[in-house]
Design a binder for this molecule. Structure first.
Ligand SMILES: Cc1cc2nc3c(=O)[nH]c(=O)nc-3n(C[C@H](O)[C@H](O)[C@H](O)COP(=O)(O)OP(=O)(O)OC[C@H]3O[C@@H](n4cnc5c(N)ncnc54)[C@H](O)[C@@H]3O)c2cc1C
Length: 399
């Protein structure tokens, strides 16, 4: 016997960036959605992300503006409107860590790369930085390479989650991980989701935005396609041992001769306001499974290689292993756009990038509208526990 039965228009499962953005959009359009979370809000990939609102330039280093670059190209403008409080969702309370990112090469760029950066497609998104305007780290006489400014902001993800969670927080439901998920269905569609023996939620539509957790949800629904792939990473984090002499805050990609940046460094702040460098790129791709001692040794060598003019202070290191969860591709490559596929009234969605959350919400809403989502009234007087936001990595990684 189920203890409580409630109803909503749309059930969304998983409160990372994808679920939260969609939850906001649907409720502000007048629909009623309940967002279900079995851990803390954003705890998985979203709070592991570097907070970069990519516009695709990073993916164009091979000189080709691929489909991925085109799809993601208008995301920074979408987010910028939200940051001003004029977009689909209100992100005016978000802490912007950097208005733009840097791309640097320790040597001069090849003429091929130079002309590509100056081409019509990229020139509006990235400009060379004049010597007088360089941040302190790149003003050193030892730096003899190229420095570009990329029109893509970097955001403090915790404040993004706070802004998205706040307006409809009473509709973000927390439930324990060990509660079994079962489904009630008729011949065509899912009618309701049952969480343990405690709660039944009836809805017209069910959207899966559970990141890595979507795999077992698909299994519980007997859906075999689409299936999920994991792309693991082990990110390195470091901060100065002496917090009174912190690392400089930088948001930058280091370029080599390949089609991907060698490293991407973002800067974040721990509880003592000490600067934490969060390092992604090849180091993280190749660092999977390595012990911290080896990862930190490789990371120190890499930093010495890409910024030879900068004397690193004594550092404290941490590692963070995390999987990216995405629709399965024929090879373990990065999917091009936000992914949404519908199986009846179940919609399976992976954004594939934090930046693509607005695109994901557009695509899901298009599907729901196509399937004639109706606006019904629902009882708000329900006894449900609301979910809270996960702790930041900058505090928990070093514990
Ligand atoms: C190290 C790293 C750095 C990245 N940096 C960037 C970046 O700078 N810019 C960018 O654009 N992208 C970046 N990304 C990609 C981006 O973080 C992800 O694409 C995005 O956060 C995925 O969001 P999501 O909401 O789909 O999943 P998640 O953030 O993983 O959220 C899924 C949520 O579902 C919950 N859940 C799981 N199972 C269940 C269940 N059964 N019931 C209820 N809830 C459930 C989880 O607890 C979690 O809260 C990065 C990814 C990684 C790993």
């Amino acid at each position: 016997m189920v203890k409580q039965t409630v109803s909503t228009d749309v059930v969304i499962i998983g409160a990372g960036i994808a679920g939260l953005w969609l939850h906001n959009r649907l409720n502000s359009m007048g629909f009623h959605s309940l967002l279900l979370e079995n851990d803390t809000i954003g705890n998985a990939q979203t709070l592991s992300s570097q907070g970069i609102i990519h516009g695709g330039a990073k993916y164009a280093l091979n000189g080709i503006l691929s489909k991925a670059t085109q799809a993601i190209g208008d995301m920074p403008a979408r987010w910028q409107a939200c940051l001003k409080g004029q977009g689909d969702v209100d992100l005016s309370g978000v802490r912007v860590l950097a208005d733009y990112q840097l791309m640097w090469s320790k040597d001069q760029l090849s003429s091929k790369m130079l002309s590509f950066f100056a081409s019509k497609a990229l020139a509006s998104r990235m400009q060379p930085v004049a010597k007088s305007e360089r941040p302190t780290l790149f003003q050193h006489t030892g730096f003899k390479g190229a420095l570009y400014q990329l029109d893509e902001p970097v955001l403090d993800v915790t404040t993004v989650l706070q802004c998205l969670a706040k307006p409809y927080q009473n509709r973000i439901v927390s439930y324990p991980k060990d509660w079994k998920t079962t489904w009630q269905r008729d011949a065509k569609n899912i009618q309701s989701i049952l969480l343990g023996d405690d709660l039944e939620i009836k809805a017209q539509h069910f959207v899966l935005t559970a990141g890595e957790g979507t795999e077992s949800l698909l299994h519980s629904l007997d859906i075999t396609k689409p299936s999920m792939q994991r792309r693991p990473l082990q990110m390195a984090l470091c901060k100065a041992k002496d917090a009174s002499q912190p690392l400089p805050a930088i948001y930058a990609h280091s370029l080599g001769s390949g089609s991907k940046p060698i490293a991407t460094i973002t800067s974040h702040f721990d509880q003592d306001n000490n600067t934490v460098w969060y390092i992604g790129g090849n180091l993280a791709e190749n660092g999977v499974g390595k012990p911290l001692s080896q990862l930190s040794k490789e990371a120190e060598a890499l930093l010495a290689e890409i910024m030879p003019w900068f004397k690193l202070p004594e550092l404290e290191w941490a590692a963070h292993a995390v999987n990216r969860a995405e629709p399965k591709q024929s090879s373990l490559t990065r999917p091009d756009t936000a992914f949404v596929e519908s199986k009846g009234n179940v919609h399976i969605a992976w954004p594939t990038k934090l930046a693509l959350a607005p695109d994901l919400a557009d695509r899901v809403i298009k599907q729901l509208t196509k399937q004639n989502l109706q606006l019904h009234s629902h009882n708000e007087d329900i006894n449900l526990t609301t979910a809270s936001i996960g702790d930041t990595l900058w505090n928990r990684a070093f514990q």
